[in-house]
Design a protein around this ligand. Structure first.
Ligand SMILES: C[S@@+](CC[C@H](N)C(=O)[O-])C[C@H]1O[C@@H](n2cnc3c(N)ncnc32)[C@H](O)[C@@H]1O
Length: 166
């Protein structure tokens, strides 16, 4: 509980509070995409990395979890270690960094659950880095600038999920 409490405050100060995607939704969200084995799945603002952990486990993608909150990165690594299906799997790696300062040129899939203000700040980086065919999954809020790239929107009882293809 204290990891979640401290993270909520710290992450809020960084621009997006730590509110995890509901665990049971991870599978639902991911099943809408056709993943290719060994594609690179990047969770931007990864929290405890539950989505990328699920993607690596269930779809054989490579995973990169990025969060500015070092406590959450440590917690994610512990959760990876505790999971027999992930322990020792070098296809899932973690990076403590500001998502506005990372290179996304290798990403095949991107997952976000971020406030619109932070999504907006990511657009120049997306325009600079993302290759043709990259899929962006944005849970909760749309990527307004990519309206014309939206190929699916799934309404849910809580937040909708938006799917874009570059
Ligand atoms: C709403 S939570 C989503 C967590 C996770 N993706 C999920 O769906 O369960 C947003 C996360 O973004 C992280 N975050 C906020 N601003 C960030 C920034 N500039 N760079 C990296 N991570 C950031 C927070 O620490 C928090 O863990």
């Amino acid at each position: 509980m204290s990891i979640y409490g401290i993270s909520l405050i710290f992450s809020s100060l960084m621009g997006a509070p730590y509110v995890p995607t509901k665990n049971k939704l991870a599978i639902e969200i991911l099943k809408e995409v056709k993943f290719k084995k060994n594609g690179l799945f990047v969770e931007l603002g990864s929290g405890d990395a539950r989505i990328v952990r699920s993607a690596v486990k269930n779809y054989g993608v490579r995973g990169l979890a990025i969060d500015v909150n070092g406590l959450l990165i440590i917690w994610s690594k512990i959760l990876k270690f505790l999971d027999p299906r992930l322990r020792g799997n070098d296809k899932l790696v973690f990076l403590k960094a500001n998502i506005l300062n990372v290179d996304l040129t290798k990403a095949d899939y991107i997952y976000l659950f971020l406030f619109p203000e932070l999504i907006k700040k990511l657009i120049p980086n997306f325009n600079r880095d993302l290759k043709k065919g990259t899929i962006i999954i944005s849970h909760g809020f749309p990527v307004e600038e990519y309206k014309n790239k939206l190929f699916k929107k799934v309404e849910r009882s809580t937040f909708p999920t938006y799917y874009y293809k570059i």
